[in-house]
Design a protein around this ligand. Structure first.
Ligand code: F6R
Length: 604
């Protein structure tokens, strides 16, 4: 979490440049922000809350056009969100911004206090600044000083550093937190991700752990761990700046839901021509008899949909685990196990740690990732990119849909390899897959219907989502979407389990959302729904047109096209996303930046 950005180059209105760049990183954290600009003097301005507060504060401060600056948007880890704890932190000759967590900062701080340093904030970052200042007392060479710093720091960091003895350069280093370098004709930049540099350039370098970069106005030098200068590949951002804009939508979340038909079409069209194309474009799955799926949050929910369909159609066992648990537990795998890591950002700390453990055990890994060149994408043995484009809203929508789509393709591929489905049926499904973008589009066109239902939910305190089988996995995503952006308490339950305890929470007026797409399980789900009706629940049912069930109780029904069961989750999730969005809108919530959250969870 946290976003950092730094600029060195042609003299400009750096306040504006850094604020504009920082705003593109606000999804990474928005508890507070700050900026340090050298305009002959080092000026540091910080503000609690969103970047617009910093922008307001900056209006009152006179900063001359300048060539060097760093900025930060914070997701608080050490110490509350206030001005003092905000970055940049300046101690002695060092001013820096930091994304990550320093695990041994307490010991380091004690040592530094003994040496006479005083600390004003509660942060680990101020300790890093002091430590580097202390190192600088003996080590005048800035590259060597940064290198020495890495020998002492434990934890994760991407640091943007300005030294008082060298305003001709901007320095940066990373370990376990993302850092890229943007290369332009009239400036060079550092940032947590490419969205921050895209206004300036499409050319960038991906930094590896412990590489140190020294940027001047017209030069970028990268040093490896042994302080040798190395040549890095210059990459090109493949997407357009417009993808990072709302393009007329009120919110990024709504825009990203509206992106779904297009990105779904673009991604699947590469694979679905016929079964041979599918098999040729994907890794070879023939050696595996077991799959583990490891991820966090919505990506884990996509994994649960994947489990349901891979087991059903490809006939091999799948376990789905939260990365934060998997990384610390005993796992049972062997050479015939494939471990799949799912991540939109490719930078989620727990997922990275789990991936590294599995790789250390020499087990095969596959990443299903959105962000090209991200850590998980680079470190897994194989990668399937979902190519959802930039996702800015903290709550994932289009990336979740494409994670599910990719897992369906994986399931079909394994089903072919295992001969658990015949080729004709797979080809039939692939043909139907082509129609899905249009169906998604049609559901989005009915957003007003979803918005009407949302009205019923928006004044509730508790909402329950019920499903069975794959519909339970979808319930979990529907429930998470609702609670994370609307702050309404919500639970997802496998419908048959309700009566073993949770049904005691159902009372007059409680909203229950039943997801009913699975033909075989629909009657069972209906019985469970009726049990809640008998206790006063108000019901919304999301179902498919083939089921055509008559209900002998009042309810809202949202009916979508029936497609092959394996494809159905892609359509079911759309009304869930739209309802959550509208509930949050009606409650006046900050939909794209829900409280306490950040898009990229780079801390444990
Ligand atoms: C919820 C959401 C999160 C992420 C989770 C994993 O809407 O977006 O639950 O799914 O933080 O993030 P990634 O996919 O980047 O690993």
């Amino acid at each position: 979490m946290c976003g950092i950005v730094g600029y060195i180059g042609k003299k400009c209105n750096l306040k504006k440049v850094l604020i504009d760049d920082l705003k593109t990183l606000e999804y990474r954290g928005y508890d507070s922000s700050g900026i340090a600009i050298f305009d002959g003097n080092m000026k540091i301005i910080k503000a609690k809350g969103k970047i617009k507060n910093l922008e307001e504060s900056l209006k009152k401060i006179d900063i001359k056009n300048s060539e060097l600056g760093i900025a930060h948007t914070r997701w608080a880890t050490h110490g509350e969100a206030n001005d003092i704890n905000s970055h940049p932190h300046r101690v002695g000759c060092v001013t820096l911004v930091h994304n990550g967590i320093i695990e041994n900062y307490v010991e380091l701080k004690d040592d530094l206090i003994k040496k006479g340093y005083h600390f004003v904030s509660d942060t680990d970052t101020e300790v890093v600044s002091a430590l580097l200042d202390d190192i600088k007392k003996k080590e005048k060479d800035n590259i060597k000083a940064i290198n020495k710093l890495t020998l002492v720091l434990e934890g994760s960091y991407a640091l943007g550093i300005i030294f008082d003895d060298d305003y001709e350069h901007l320095y940066a280093i990373k370990k376990d937190s993302p850092l890229i370098v943007g290369i332009c004709d009239d400036c060079n930049l550092i940032a947590s991700d490419v969205t921050a540099i895209i206004e300036h350039t499409k050319n960038y370098m991906l930094m590896n752990d412990y590489e140190i970069v020294r940027l001047s106005k017209d030069k970028v030098e990268v040093f490896d761990k042994n302080l040798k200068i190395i040549q890095k590949e210059i990459l090109e951002v493949s997407w357009d700046i417009n993808q990072a804009k709302k393009n007329g939508f009120s919110h990024f979340m709504l825009k990203e839901i509206h992106d779904e038909p297009t990105v779904l079409k673009n991604t699947i069209s590469e694979y679905i021509k016929d079964v041979h194309t599918l098999v040729n474009k994907m890794p070879n799955f023939s050696k595996y008899n077991k799959i583990h799926i490891v991820a966090c949050g919505s990506a884990m929910h996509a994994g649960l949909v994947g489990k349901s369909i891979v087991e059903e159609y490809a006939n091999i066992p799948v376990t789905v685990e939260l990365a934060s648990e998997y990384r610390y537990k005993k796992n049972f795998y062997d050479k015939k196990t494939l471990v799949i890591f799912i991540s939109q950002s490719g930078e989620t700390a727990d997922t990275i740690a789990a991936l590294r453990n599995v790789k250390a055990d020499k087990i095969d890994t596959l990443a299903i990732v959105n962000v090209v060149g991200s850590t998980i994408a680079r470190e897994a043995d194989q990668v399937l990119y979902i190519r959802a484009g930039v996702e800015i809203a903290v709550a994932t929508t289009k990336a979740y849909m494409l994670q599910v789509a990719m897992l369906i393709l994986v399931a079909l591929n394994i089903a072919y390899v295992n001969k658990s489905m015949d080729v004709e049926e797979i080809n039939k499904i692939l043909k139907e897959f082509k129609k899905l973008p249009k169906f998604v589009d049609e559901i989005i066109a009915r957003e007003k219907e979803c918005f009407k239902v949302a009205k019923e939910i928006s004044n509730q305190e508790d909402v329950f989502f019920l499903g069975r089988g794959v519909d339970y996995a979808l319930s979990m995503e529907g429930s998470l979407k609702l609670k994370e952006i609307s702050y309404i308490h919500s639970e997802a339950y496998p419908a048959g389990e309700l009566k073993h305890g949770t049904i005691s929470l159902i009372e007059n007026g409680t909203i229950v959302v039943g997801i009913m797409s699975n033909d075989k399980l629909a009657p069972k789900l209906l019985s469970n729904i009726k049990e809640t009706v008998a206790r006063g629940a108000k019901i919304l049912i999301i179902t498919t047109d083939n089921l055509n069930m008559e209900f002998d109780f009042d309810c809202h029904k949202f009916v979508i096209n029936k497609v092959h069961n394996i494809l159905q989750p892609i359509l079911i999730v759309v009304p869930l996303q739209l309802i959550a969005f509208e509930v949050a809108r009606q409650r006046g919530c900050d939909i794209d930046k829900p409280r306490n959250l950040a898009k990229s969870v780079t801390v444990e």
